[in-house]
Structure formats: C-alpha cells, structure tokens
Design a protein around this ligand. Structure first.
Ligand SMILES: [Zn+2]
Length: 281
C-alpha cells in the first residue's frame, strides 16, 4: 500500500522524467488523469513525459498536448530512440524525429531522448547503439534542443562520443541532462564541465546506495534536476509499488537532506533548473 500524499507545503515540483504512458498503468487501471490528480495533490505542477522509441514518442507527444494543464499540471514531451531500441532505427525513424523537431514549439517537445548507450542489457549491438546515438546527437545540435542521456555500464564509450561532439563545437552550451545519474564522481564532473545537468531519482533514496548521494553532494546546485522515471525506480518508502510522479517529493526531500537545505528550497531550485534546462517559460 502506497504511503499517503507526502507533501502538503507550498513548494512546486518539476518531475523532469516520467513515462506515464507506460502499459503498466493500464494494467493497474490507472489513467493519466488519475496520475495528474495525484501530482497536483503532492505539489508536482510540471512534468516532462520522456519517450524511448518512435511509438512512445507518439504517445508522449499526444499526452503532453491532450492533457496539458489537467489538474493544474503543465506537461512537456520528448521524442527519441533509446539504445535498447537502436536496432529499430531507420531512415524513416529519422524522418519522423525530424518532423517532430520541426514542430517542437507547437507540439511541446522540449528535448531529444532518451538517447545514449546501454551495455548492461545490450539489447542492440554496441556498434549500432553508438551509430544511432551519434545520429541523434547530430539532430539535437541541428535543431538546438537538449538531450536526455541514458547511460548504463557504458561510461567510457559514452564520454568518448560526447567529448568528440564537444570538441568539434557540435554541442549546445546546455547540452542536456544525464538522466538517472549513476556514473562515477569523476565522470559526473566531466559531464558537468561540458554543461550537462544531472537527474536524480529513486536510487538516491535507496539505503544501500552510497555512490549517488556522494555525486549529488558534489554537484553544483545549478546542475541538478529531479525525476521519477515512473513507473520504475520507486523511491523509499514506497519501494516495491509502481512509481508515479507524485513521488518526486521523496527524491527532493533526500536531496535537501544531503545538501543541508529545506525541501522548499530544494524544490524551488530544481524547479527553476528544470525550466532552464528545457527552455520552459
Ligand atoms: Zn526513462
């Protein structure tokens, strides 16, 4: 059973990464409207719906436009192809992404992602993952949009590619966010130097996780955003339940504890950072 609504203060939260179109919600009879109502009750007033394939890009964009403002929650979307899906990337996929990016202002598409490398699952061949990552990095620069970076067990190759784009001047000054930040302190510092934000979510609250709080402690305030990655990575104390954006205050609370500020201060800073990162007014 989920803990009751956590937050009843006045701060507003921006969940910068949630997959609220996920099939898991339909399986437990939860609609997007239910999710948005619970957001509002927890002070979550902005959300970016992250995509990971052509199919989920369509779903994210549709939801962000259809339900924007429902229950007072501002919605934004991303489009992009996750490394798991890299093997499905074709010329037609790229055409589709270009059509999204051309219409990004009307369609509330604020980022390209999730893109990157995942050598933990290796669901697409590594050479294909790298090629598709580079294609999409090129698109992000061409259309001047931030990326949502997914990196798992591939820090070396990922940094090599990013460094190359950075050195060639093919990277925005605010290149994007390293979502669900899990890389080492050293790699995190390099990403920050290139201008990246780091996204923290449920694992920050896990009791056995020592590395992520250390990375958060050493990340400058102006480079931090919070996220849930719903329906995955549910934070403590609800671990084991399906995750929803209304749980993002738990992540914020842990971040505030690590940084020695109040939850209201942490909420305000991460909210403003989310708006800056995605160019939201
Ligand atoms: Zn995600």
């Amino acid at each position: 059973m989920r803990e009751p609504v956590y937050y009843s203060g006045s701060a507003e939260f921006f969940d910068t990464h949630a997959h609220i179109y996920d099939q898991k919600y339909a399986e437990c009879n939860t609609s997007a409207e239910d999710i948005l109502q619970r957001c509002r009750a927890s002070g979550v007033t902005s959300m970016l719906i992250a995509a990971d394939s052509e199919e989920t890009s369509r779903l994210a964009i549709d939801l962000a436009n259809r339900c924007d403002g429902y229950s007072g929650v501002a919605l934004y979307a991303s489009c992009g192809v996750h490394p798991h899906e890299a093997k499905t990337y074709t010329e037609d996929t790229e055409k589709y992404l270009r059509s999204c990016l051309e219409a990004r202002r009307e369609q509330k598409i604020m980022a390209l992602g999730e893109i990157g490398l995942d050598y933990y699952y290796d669901l697409s061949e590594r050479s294909v993952q790298k090629a598709v990552f580079e294609r999409q990095l090129g698109l992000a620069y061409e259309y001047d949009v931030p990326i949502i970076l997914h990196e798992r067990d591939a820090t070396g190759d990922c940094l090599d590619i990013l460094r190359r784009f950075y050195k060639e001047g093919r990277m925005r000054s605010l290149p994007g966010v390293c979502h669900c930040s899990s890389c080492s302190l050293e790699a995190s510092q390099e990403l920050i130097k290139m201008g990246f934000y780091l996204g923290f979510d449920g694992p920050l609250t896990f009791k056995n996780n020592k590395k992520t709080p250390e990375v958060a402690l050493n990340t400058p305030w102006d480079r931090i955003v919070i996220e849930t990655d719903s329906p995955y990575l549910t934070p403590e104390p609800n671990r084991g339940c399906i995750n929803e954006p209304c749980h993002v205050p738990y992540v914020c609370s842990k971040l505030a504890e690590i940084k020695g500020v109040t939850i209201d201060e942490a909420a305000q800073i991460t909210y403003d950072n989310g708006k800056m990162l995605f160019g939201v007014n």
